[in-house]
Design a binder for this molecule. Structure first.
Ligand SMILES: *Cc1c(COP(=O)(O)O)cnc(C)c1O
Length: 359
């Protein structure tokens, strides 16, 4: 396993820092944590409002052993990216959507959450404080990880009396160029989410149970797991941290986000872009049979943006799909990254510029 925190002598760091950039080997960025200079922290008592918060040096936090997050997993996370454009602007992709999703999750887990405006302002401030760590254009992005956790002490099961909203960041590379298409395996043993559960929110509790499936899949040479619905085991739901689409002819389909599937912001954006270029987009149940007969399959998520699925393995069947230059996923990936990188005009108002514009 890769270390979660790179030591100071990390091969990804060089001694060449300057005013504009931190001492990162930008060409070699992957998706592991590179600690940066600052993080955001704000706190709030249950039912009260969050204070503006502070930017503090990045480092360990002190927490009660009896904290809600440690004992009962009362916590949510978010994930978004800041991009540096060719003319040196730093921009966020739809941060308001992450703010709203955090609020939905907080409601489900009985947590007090920051307002959408506080969320976006805090993200902007954290990125500006760590501006040197935003990779040069084309080399990757600054991954932003907001956390909302119950830090107050609770012994009996209840919502915590205090919440902490924390944001840390790490430069990450372009997932897309790093590897070829995904090789997924359908999980016949484990289910990710259940009707009435928390699959539809980014609750911390949804992710550690996935590790076992993921580890088994990786040890058999697959890149990720494709989960089926728990109720019938007949329909596809999503991959461990990304949404899934199938394409056949002019129709692009993706399972509906009605409780067991995480409503991805990339998913929503890709639905819109596919419609813009004339595809019929259907959000509906997608059976395994349909998956096996699709021409193309792809995944969406903040880390990978859009990623082609090369193969899906179901029992002993391994199906191969269209990938490469001709694939719809390649086209959609380019459309979305061109908007994010400022290559194409942002006609949808998705990008939020942050150079110096923090209140
Ligand atoms: C975060 C996440 C996604 C992708 O959401 P984006 O907003 O597109 O990054 C999809 N599925 C799961 C389970 C996730 O946790």
């Amino acid at each position: 396993m890769a270390p979660s925190v790179l030591p100071a002598s990390s091969p990804l760091l060089t001694s060449e820092a300057n005013e504009k950039y931190a001492n990162v080997k930008w060409e070699e960025l992957g998706f592991s944590l590179i600690p940066t200079d600052y993080m955001h922290v704000s706190k709030c008592k249950q039912g009260e409002s969050f204070s503006e918060g502070e930017i503090v040096p990045y480092g360990d936090i002190s927490i009660s052993p009896c904290a809600g997050i440690l004992n009962y997993g009362q916590g949510l996370f978010e994930g978004l990216k800041a991009y540096r454009t060719e003319n040196d602007q730093i921009r966020l992709f739809r941060p308001d959507q992450n703010a709203l999703r955090l609020q939905t999750g907080a409601d489900r887990l009985c947590m007090t959450s920051p307002s959408a405006d506080q969320f976006v302002q805090a993200v902007k401030k954290t990125v500006l404080a760590n501006k040197k760590w935003v990779p040069p254009p084309g080399k990757g992005a600054l991954y932003i990880r907001p956390l909302l956790i119950g830090t107050g002490a609770v012994l009996g099961i209840a919502s915590a009396p205090e919440y902490t909203f924390l944001i840390y960041v790490s430069p990450v590379g372009n997932y897309h160029t790093a590897s070829s298409g995904l090789n997924l395996v359908v999980d016949h043993m484990y289910r990710r989410a259940h009707t009435g559960g928390t699959g539809g929110v980014k609750s911390c509790t949804n992710y550690s149970p996935v590790v076992k499936s993921l580890r088994e899949a990786k040890s058999s040479g697959f890149s990720d797991i494709l989960f089926l619905d728990a109720a019938t085991g007949r329909n596809i739901e999503e991959v461990s941290t990304c949404n899934i689409f199938i394409a056949k002819g002019n129709i692009v389909s993706t399972p509906p986000t009605s409780g067991t599937i995480l409503p991805g912001i990339t998913r929503k954006s890709i639905c819109e872009l596919a419609r813009d270029i004339g595809y019929q987009v259907q959000e509906r149940d997608v059976s395994v049979e349909e998956l096996l007969e699709a021409e193309e399959v792809f995944c969406t998520g903040t880390a990978m943006v859009v990623k082609a699925v090369d193969t899906v393995t179901f029992h002993n069947k391994k199906i191969k799909y269209r990938t490469g230059e001709e694939a719809l996923s390649t086209k959609l990936h380019l459309m979305l990254t061109n908007i994010q990188m400022g290559v194409d005009e942002d006609k949808k108002g998705w990008m939020v510029e942050i150079n110096g514009c923090v209140e």
